[in-house]
Design a protein around this ligand. Structure first.
Ligand code: GLN
Length: 282
């Protein structure tokens, strides 16, 4: 690697460290990253006959390494057999099938995903990642594959009915997420923000009455409310967001090829099929 490249990489890592404006990220960010491989259980599907550009690096490796945080249903979670499943995982599997390579899922804490991608430990970040200006400084994002919102979960009998009611309350968020970043930046609620390693940890704290509300993405919110009695989502949403997959900044071939693959999956109905499998119309 040329000296200039090493300098650029160092700079990128420094910027990333500075970019975490929300809760304290702690020190064990990388040590908890565990890797697990999922065999590409692909039969010769129709898609695999479509000719698409496979990035040279991925073709040579024979696999695509995807960084995720499998605690975010219905986008990524583990099924009862311990397999990685969910919308993001299945979209990535469909892309791996198109490219005729294996999918390797690398599971880690959410706040390690962007760093894993920016430093080349993983090819793609697929973790219900919201596109933000700050993240765009350290990674590229593909085209958006879904829209989302941040919502507020409270107990059914809570006096919190609107965003304004959050003032002075204890609001749980997941470390490093947009919920964390926005809440920590919101003068009305930042003093009451409490960080958790996962969304479900925040929800359990709410169930136990340790906090008053949880700020989190809408679909995981629905999943967690379903799994835990006595909770509801308030009507007013906090933000609108768009999800995309993240790749290393310098790897333009990869982001272009992912966009091409996403367009194929969009036009052949596969994207809709995957989303509809996990998200039932209300
Ligand atoms: N969409 C949120 C973000 O990008 C949360 C994602 C997650 O918790 N997996 O920060």
């Amino acid at each position: 690697m040329k000296k200039a490249n090493i300098l650029a990489l160092l700079l990128a890592v420094m910027m990333l460290t500075l970019a975490f404006a929300g809760c304290n990220t702690g020190t064990d960010e990388t040590s908890s990253a565990a890797s697990s491989s999922q065999a590409a259980a692909s039969s010769a599907s129709d898609e695999s006959k479509t000719s698409v550009t496979v990035p040279e690096k991925i073709k040579n490796a024979g696999k695509i390494v995807v960084a995720t945080s499998a605690d975010f249903p219905p986008y990524e979670f583990k099924d009862d057999n311990g397999n990685y499943v969910g919308i993001d995982i299945e979209i990535m599997q469909a892309i791996a099938d198109l490219w005729n390579v294996e999918l390797e899922v690398s599971d880690m804490k959410f706040d390690a995903v962007i760093t894993a991608v920016a430093t080349g430990k993983a090819d793609v970040g697929a973790a219900g990642l919201t596109i933000t200006e700050e993240r765009l400084e350290s990674v590229n994002f593909t085209d958006t594959y879904t829209q989302a919102t941040q919502v507020i979960i409270v107990k059914e009998d809570s006096d919190i009915q609107t965003i304004d009611d959050l003032a002075g309350k204890k609001v749980g968020v997941q470390l490093g997420t947009t919920g964390d970043i926005y809440a920590s930046d919101d003068d009305a609620i930042k003093d009451g923000v409490e960080c958790f390693n996962s969304g479900i940890d925040a929800v359990l704290a709410l169930v136990q009455g340790k906090i008053d509300a949880v700020l989190i993405d809408n679909e995981p919110a629905k999943a967690f409310v379903k799994q835990n009695e006595g909770l509801k989502i308030i009507d007013e949403k906090y933000t609108d967001e768009a999800y995309a997959f993240a790749t290393a900044k310098e790897d333009k071939d990869l982001v272009n090829a992912l966009n091409e693959a996403l367009a194929v999956l969009d036009s052949n109905g596969k994207l809709d099929e995957i989303v509809n499998k996990y998200i039932k119309a209300d």
